[in-house]
Design a protein around this ligand. Structure first.
Ligand code: KQY
Length: 368
């Protein structure tokens, strides 16, 4: 029977591996809430099927689905994708799933952070979120994995990126936001990350992508390709509100060293032309008190950085952008020459507030 442990990953010699290390499988959650996903979530469901199918060409995928949607999901998903019944409040496995940890002796554990829908009653995106907060534990129990529960520390998987060698990337905009851990100092937050992920160095980026409803999750602006190398969301347009954000991130990343004392190589990945919610898209979403509305004219936080690294495959978002989709593909092929790079049309996912990285969570392989 899997246990909830009282020690910390660092004390026990467990670390969060980089996403580019080998996976056992990928976890996802089926979308269905009609106050976030337009037209009964039908288009979002199709996009999730596309993402799951693309990832399943490289590693097994498990989709968690509510009892109400079980038949529909089972019918829409290919047979080789495992479907498990599980309650949730929405479909962001990156944020509500466990952060898996390994110890180099073939053992795996899960960090179960406290979740409050990206800001709780301060500026969270929906209420309630109690089902989401149970998902990390449920996933670990299904896999027979012991967990560490971090009560009193709010964290989402999308707000951290690690190189697996002691370095963690975060944004101040998110981790120091009012609705997360305003009872903790920056140093106390660093200590929690160091204990929970077994890292030695936290690199603080000031802000994430403009208008990101997660308070600037790091996984939308910068990610590791491998130790010592990152990709950064970029724009050359100095009038774009993203410009000063990306420029400030570039300055930090090119001036620091990582936990191993290396300079970091930064690859710029241009953002798409702004994705603006149309009247039709806005009208397809049910208005519910307490849920962030989807208003016509709002700019979504679209970025190609929000891709998933599978075993030998990169699954990245396409926006039907003639210029920047192609550039993103070329850049990803250049940075990941040993991977098969696949684009999936993801407008329906960004309309819900996130992208491919946000809806996936890798479970590392248990390697000795
Ligand atoms: O981007 C994410 N990691 C989650 C976005 C949540 C949106 C909820 N509407």
């Amino acid at each position: 029977m899997p246990r909830t442990l009282d020690s910390t990953p660092k004390q026990d010699g467990f670390r969060m591996p980089g996403e580019f290390e080998e996976h056992k499988q990928c976890w996802m959650i089926w979308p269905e809430r009609t106050d976030n996903w337009r037209l009964g979530a039908h288009y979002a469901q199709k996009a999730f099927v596309e993402v799951a199918s693309a990832i399943s060409e490289f590693e097994p995928v498990t989709m968690c689905v509510s009892s109400k949607q079980y038949d529909n999901a089972r019918d829409m998903l290919p047979e080789h994708i495992r479907v498990i019944e599980m309650a949730s409040d929405d479909s962001w496995m990156r944020d509500v799933g466990p952060t898996f940890l390994v110890n180099g002796h073939g053992e795996i554990r899960g960090a179960d952070w406290q979740f409050n829908a990206w800001g709780g009653l301060e500026d969270g995106l929906y209420f309630p979120w109690d089902q989401d907060d149970k998902i990390a534990k449920k996933v670990c129990e299904i896999e027979n994995i012991d967990t560490y529960r971090f009560d009193g520390f709010i964290l989402e998987g999308g707000s951290i990126h690690v190189d697996g060698e002691g370095t963690c990337l975060v944004t101040e905009e998110c981790l120091l936001s009012e609705g997360r851990n305003n009872h903790l100092t920056r140093e106390e937050i660093e200590d929690r990350l160091k204990e929970g992920l077994n890292v030695e160095k936290i690199i603080w980026i000031k802000e994430g992508i403009y208008n990101d409803e997660t308070n600037g999750h790091v996984d939308n602006i910068v990610c590791f390709a491998r130790p010592g190398e990152v990709l950064l969301a970029w724009t050359d347009d100095e009038n774009d509100p993203q410009y000063p954000r990306s420029k400030a991130a570039y300055e930090v990343l090119t001036s620091v060293t990582d936990a191993k004392g290396r300079k970091i190589k930064v690859h710029k990945l241009h953002i798409p032309t702004p994705i603006i919610i149309t009247k039709e898209e806005s009208e397809g979403v049910d208005a519910v008190d307490g849920t962030l509305p989807r208003s016509e004219g709002d700019r979504q936080a679209a970025s190609y950085i929000n891709f998933y690294i599978a075993n030998n495959g990169i699954i990245f978002p396409l926006f039907n952008d003639e210029k920047y989709d192609k550039l993103a593909e070329e850049k990803l092929k250049e940075v990941f020459p040993e991977y098969d790079v696949r684009g999936v049309y993801a407008r329906e996912i960004i309309l819900g507030g996130g992208n491919i990285h946000c809806i996936t969570q890798q479970q590392p392989a248990e390697k000795k």
